[in-house]
Design a protein around this ligand. Sequence first.
Ligand code: GLN
Length: 199
Amino acid sequence: MKIGVLALQGAFIEHIKMLRGLGVEAVEVRLLQDLQDLDGLIIPGGESTTIGKLAVMYDLMEPLRQFAAEKAMWGTCAGMIFMAKEIGNGSAGRDQPLLGIMDIEVERNAFGRQVDSFETGLNVAVFHNGNGSPFPAVFIRAPRLVAAKGKARVIATLDDGTAVAAQQGKWLVTSFHPELTHDARFHQYFLQLVAGSDR
Ligand code: GLN
C-alpha cells in the first residue's frame, strides 16, 4: 500500500511520519506524476485558500478530482474545506478554489477567535462501535460541518452536537488534526478505507 500526502502547503510532514510509523509507504505529492501508483491521498491542514491556489497553479485540480473518483481521500481541517462542495455563508473567501467532491457544507474558522485552538476528547462511532476511549482531537482555527448531504454521513460530533467528521464511501473528512497526536486510530481507519474493507 502506498499513500500520498498533498505537500503544497500545511502539515504534511506530520501525516507522512504517522503513516510511516504504521509501516506504510508514504510520499509527498506536488506534481501530477506523484499521483501515479498511489492507493490513497491525504490533503493536510494548513490554509485552504493557499492549498487551492497552488493546486490551480500546478494544474492539479482535475487530476485530484479524477483520483478521488476512484480512490480513497482524506482531508484534515483545510483539507476538509478543500474537498467540500459548499462553503457556508459565514465563511470568508467563498470563491476560493475547491475540489468540490464531497456532499458536505462547511464553515471556515467556525469556532471564533477566543477558541482559536483547543483539544477535546471525541467519541467516534466507527472505532470499536463507539466503545473505545475518546479520540484526542486537536482543533486549530478549525472548520465545522454545517451539513452532510447526499451519501455523506457524520461520524463524530462535539458534545454540543457540532459535526466535526464525516465519511462518504472512501472519502473521509475531519475538522481536526489526528496527525498532531499520538493516536493513530484515524490513520488506521483511513487505511481500512483505502483497502476497501470498510465501505
Ligand atoms: N482556518 C484554515 C482554513 O480556513 C484551516 C486551519 C487548519 O487547517 N488548521 O483554511
